[in-house]
Write a protein that binds this ligand. Structure first.
Ligand code: ACO
Length: 158
């Protein structure tokens, strides 16, 4: 896998008409939930050649805690380090804005995501049992595993 060596171009998305819904739905197939958390979130995009290659959505839970609600990279650009850069950006953003903790949630079946998040310092904090069964209309499967539970991971920043 070749690392991405171009200059990092992560910036805040000011114009919500430009929201990359295809990417957001790749990370979270519930349009209803995505639209709900977007209202109170900040969206940052990774630009490559002026085009949106990735997205990260940061959602303040309260004064001390912030959550990465959504992170996605275009399928043809995955595995090149963009996701890692977006996650490190989110961690820096949280530190600079003096949050104590940053959270991220993913499905029990999302094996490469669980690997990536733990590699970057997030630790498993809580399991929201049956979250996907309760909140998503269709049963889903990933890596041959039924998508059932939300694994919440946390990184303490202080
Ligand atoms: N293909 C190959 N390797 C992968 C992949 C992949 N699809 N995903 C993760 N990896 C591994 C890499 O091997 C790499 O490990 P290494 O550093 O030891 O070599 C590591 O994970 C990091 O890879 P990156 O290249 O930095 O990650 P990437 O740019 O692919 O972004 C992401 C990761 C965002 C999960 C991306 O694969 C993606 O968009 N997936 C689909 C949407 C998704 O599942 N989003 C997360 C849902 S949870 C949430 O949104 C809160």
């Amino acid at each position: 896998m070749e690392p991405n060596t171009s200059p990092i171009q992560i910036q805040k998305l000011e114009d919500y008409n430009l929201l990359p819904f295809d990417l957001l739905l790749l990370a979270d197939p519930s349009e209803t939930l995505v639209k709900q958390y977007l209202k109170d979130a900040e969206v940052f995009v990774y630009l490559l050649d002026q085009k949106i290659a990735g997205v990260v959505v940061l959602y303040p839970l309260d004064t001390y805690n912030i959550e990465i609600k959504n992170i996605a990279v275009r399928p043809n650009l995955q595995g090149k380090g963009l996701g890692t850069q977006l996650l490190k950006f989110a961690q820096e953003f949280a530190k600079e804005n003096e949050y104590d903790n940053i959270f991220i949630g993913t499905a029990n079946s999302s094996l490469s995501q669980l690997y990536l998040y733990q590699k970057l310092g997030f630790e498993i904090q809580e399991i929201k049992h049956n979250f996907f069964l309760d909140n998503y209309p269709e049963p889903m499967e990933e890596n041959g595993i039924p998508v059932k539970h939300m694994i919440m991971l946390k990184q303490c920043l202080k």
